[in-house]
Design a protein around this ligand. Structure first.
Ligand code: NAD
Ligand code: UD1
Length: 363
């Protein structure tokens, strides 16, 4: 298949692009590089032996989307592109609704014009209403408590309406729980800008000495050790779920929703413990107040994905920590920071293909 991957240079996208190339698919990436580097795709090419084509473009530029869709004529689209920081979404709701909701509308409208009607969408467990009934099943009540979450909820509803309006669409909505980890080689991984909001990248930066200690947000929750419990999922398992969803869509029309999680929860203290074992020293932490807006515990029921896709998370928290440590210790400052000013899309693609080493200069 030829798969167009929006946001394919980013954290989860780059792992999915790697698996797609390794499975023999042709991949085009559509990304504005606002939160990623072409270095991730260059490394994906080094690992897989084949390069994706990068189309630098913004989901808000509908002309560009129309022309890339009609030019590439992919068999399917995987849509990772968008903004994802919860705190930032409270400060900049317009930007979040534009990039995520309007960006997705532009994408599906370009797909429709090009006659491409197979779509896998990155949703989030954040669309579930707070619930005491765990594990969360796909039919559980939805609600969102911040603008980021609401963009995901709105997009899910838009895609549902689309599938009802035209039965030739095949749409998979994947609700991710907490993605962590990296490719086991440590060559690609998560490279957050600034202070990481999420637990595992923060711990990883403590482990390499970029931050002094982990702050544990609350130890008086009604959980097994008092700290927050989440369903962490290895990014390689998550990426595999996208390939399985694509396979399913090849023979099914309509709209489907699957939880992608492990089905069990791990506490903050246990994540710190696993990471300490991975890096070989007890990482320092401090118990502090709860983070406003956090809930005690949630984890998903992945049974539907197992039954319908044959997908199951294979890796546990020890492997998540081990692979995250491999990435962070090999790349303590993340990807190199390249200055792409004045460098053309073709030159960046030559860089990704390994045909041009010197054109992309480090800042
Ligand atoms: P990421 O920021 O690493 O990747 C997103 C990619 O989209 C980046 O490469 C960025 O440059 C690109 N992008 C952003 N806005 C764009 C625009 N307007 N036009 C074109 N490209 C644009 O994030 P990620 O962690 O890989 O997340 C991928 C998707 O999964 C997102 O939709 C996110 O909301 C969703 N998700 C992520 C998590 C998580 O914890 N990482 C959890 C649940 C859902
Ligand atoms: C956050 C997002 C959610 C997103 C998910 C993706 C919020 C409110 N929610 O969820 O929308 O889908 O990331 O992974 O931001 N913790 C600490 N110390 C830290 C950081 C976190 O103790 O420095 C704790 C938190 O209180 C929580 C757990 O670690 O109990 C996980 O936190 P985090 O990684 O931020 O994920 P979520 O809050 O589950």
């Amino acid at each position: 298949m030829h798969v167009l991957v929006t946001g394919g240079a980013g954290y989860i996208g780059s792992h999915a692009v790697l698996l797609l190339l390794e499975a023999g698919h042709k991949v085009s990436v559509f990304d504005n590089l606002s939160n990623s580097s072409p270095e991730s795709l260059r490394r994906v090419r080094e690992m897989s032996g084949s390069a994706p084509d990068l189309f630098i473009g913004d989901l808000l530029d509908s002309d560009r989307l129309d022309s890339v869709l009609s030019q590439t004529q992919p068999d399917a689209v995987i849509h990772f592109g968008g903004l994802k920081a919860v705190g930032e979404s409270v400060q900049k709701p317009i930007s979040y609704y534009q990039n995520n909701v309007v960006g997705t509308l532009n994408l599906v409208s370009a797909m429709e014009k090009a006659g491409v009607k197979r779509l896998v969408f990155s949703s989030s467990a954040t669309v579930y209403a707070e619930s005491t009934e765990l594990p969360l099943v796909e039919g559980a009540q939805r609600d969102a408590s911040n603008p980021y979450g609401r963009t995901k909820l709105h997009i899910e509803q838009i895609l549902e309406d689309l599938a009802v309006s035209d039965s030739s669409w095949s749409i998979a909505t994947l609700r991710y729980f907490n993605p962590v980890g990296a490719h086991p080689s440590g060559n690609i991984g998560e490279d957050p800008q600034g202070i990481p909001n999420n637990l595992m990248p923060f711990i990883a930066q403590v482990a390499v000495g970029r931050r002094s200690e982990v702050q544990v947000f609350g130890n008086d929750y009604p959980t097994y050790d008092g700290t927050g419990v989440r369903d962490y999922i290895h990014v390689m398992d998550l990426a595999q779920g996208h390939l399985d969803a694509l396979d399913f869509l090849n023979s099914h029309n309509g709209q489907y929703v699957w939880n992608l999680g492990t089905g069990s929860g791990t506490s903050v203290l246990d994540v710190i413990g696993a990471f300490s074992r991975a890096c070989g020293r007890q990482l320092p932490y401090k118990l502090v107040d709860r983070r406003p807006g956090d809930i005690a515990e949630y984890y998903g029921d992945p049974t539907t994905a197992r039954l319908e896709l044959g997908w199951k998370a294979e890796r546990g928290v020890e492997e998540m920590a081990r692979d995250m440590w491999e990435w962070q210790s090999k790349n303590p400052a993340g990807y190199p920071d390249y200055d792409l000013d004045g460098i053309s899309e073709e030159e960046i693609n030559e860089f990704i293909r390994g045909a041009r080493a010197s054109i992309v200069k480090e800042k």
